[in-house]
Design a protein around this ligand. Structure first.
Ligand SMILES: Cc1ncc(COP(=O)(O)O)c(C=O)c1O
Length: 396
């Protein structure tokens, strides 16, 4: 049987590809410390569950293709509170931020088209772009420089006649880099001057730890036609399983095209939208507490990593990830070994190998991405298990 060349070109997610190893380890009774996946343990606000329980229709019907009006209205009011004026028709509800990403790429990329994106990047961007026939052109960054990429001369170097857009995550996954307001302006000017789509993945908007109040790109003027915002309830409300996100743009043509895909895929899950609409009533204190908790977790991870000889990293300013360089030859191989040949007190550790976060072949081989989404005690233990693993692997 013949498969599409596009799917043949895609790789597995570095975050999930070791699942079968995980299952095997667990069968053997080994405890696995999870540093691999951005699944927070923070409790989802109760209003999600209450709204779903109170659902009182006789039929679980299809929702409208662009999303239910209650949720669209809730998102519009949320944006108003953070200084972004939208109309309901600028918002399309999607199955997670993931569908907003793939839908955006389907609307703007043709075979051979290019999307600029700073590297390392969220690995699933590669699968979604590859499936359109387009490709990511990586903008190199450097941890020694805090992974900063919003420099006009750097971005200019990668523009060709095939460039259709610039894709960024702010705050960044996997690096934790957070753009300053001035840097955001550089990005906005660059996209506007070149007539490029600016796809901003802001799913971690609330998670900034240096006291900076992050502005959404939606509040910048002059880029109304360029801007596509990718948003989600997954991380904001610790509701990853709700699978509710949004594609937001003031570009009417883009929205009109995206609606064709929405109508073809019928609708996003009705009950999850009902629950998600209620989430937007969550009090501000929830975010303050969650932010303080993630900051503590980040500090714990950095403190413990700092004790391991040969490990280097840049302290993340936002989101809940960190890229670390380890003193091992190949973190993919090291991860397999941690599953099959290692344990300390019946425990091992799981991370996401770094090369999957790079588009450039050969990069990230000795790096890992850590998600600091479990409590500080658990994280401390996880990093200590990692340290023990490094020591033993290197003495083989
Ligand atoms: C940067 C980024 N964008 C988008 C997503 C998609 O999340 P979801 O589809 O759960 O909204 C994730 C998930 O981890 C992410 O890290």
């Amino acid at each position: 049987m013949k498969f599409s060349s596009k799917i043949e070109k895609c790789g597995y997610s570095p975050i999930r590809k070791f699942y079968s190893y995980q299952v095997e380890c667990e069968k053997q009774g080994k405890k696995i410390h999870h540093l691999n996946i951005g699944q927070p343990d923070i409790q989802t606000p109760r209003n999600f569950f209450t709204a779903v329980k109170d659902f009182d229709e006789k039929v679980v019907a299809y929702a409208p293709s662009p999303g239910i009006p209650e949720l669209i209205g809730a998102i519009r009011r949320y944006y108003e509170r953070i200084g972004v004026e939208l109309s309901d028709s600028d918002i399309i509800i999607t199955t997670g931020g993931s569908e907003a990403l793939s839908m955006s790429f389907q609307c703007i990329l043709d075979e051979g088209d290019e999307l600029l994106a700073p590297e390392p990047l969220y690995s699933n961007y590669l699968t979604f772009t590859t499936m359109t026939g387009g490709k990511v052109v990586p903008i190199p960054t450097d941890p020694a420089n805090g992974y900063r990429y919003a420099k006009r001369e750097l971005l200019e170097r990668y523009v060709t006649e095939k460039t259709r857009g610039l894709l960024i995550t702010n705050p960044g996954n996997p690096t934790g880099v957070v753009l300053t307001k001035e840097e955001q302006q550089v990005i906005a000017d660059f996209a506007r001057d070149h007539g490029l789509f600016l796809i901003v993945d802001e799913v971690y908007r609330e998670f900034v730890y240096n006291g900076q109040k992050l502005s959404s790109f939606g509040s910048f003027e002059g880029i109304e036609d360029n801007l596509i915002i990718v948003d989600s309830v997954s991380k904001r409300f610790s509701a990853c399983g709700a699978r509710v996100g949004a594609l937001i743009s003031r570009n009417k043509e883009l929205i009109a095209h995206a609606l064709k895909i929405c109508q073809a895929r019928l609708s996003v899950a009705t009950l999850d939208q009902v629950g998600a609409a209620a989430l937007y009533d969550t009090e501000e204190s929830f975010f303050e507490e969650v932010r303080a908790e993630y900051k503590k977790r980040r500090d714990t991870v950095c403190e413990e990593l700092g004790k391991i000889p040969g490990v280097s990293f840049d302290v993340p300013e936002g989101a809940f990830y960190l890229m670390a360089s380890l003193p091992v030859d190949d973190t993919d191989r090291f991860q397999r070994w941690l599953f099959t040949d290692f344990e300390t007190d019946g425990e091992t550790v799981m991370f996401a190998p770094g090369d999957g976060f790079y588009r450039s072949p050969g990069l990230g081989k000795n790096e890992i991405r850590i998600a600091y989404v479990t409590n500080s005690d658990e994280l401390r233990r996880s990093i200590r298990v990692l340290a023990e693993g490094i020591k033993r692997y290197n003495s083989l």
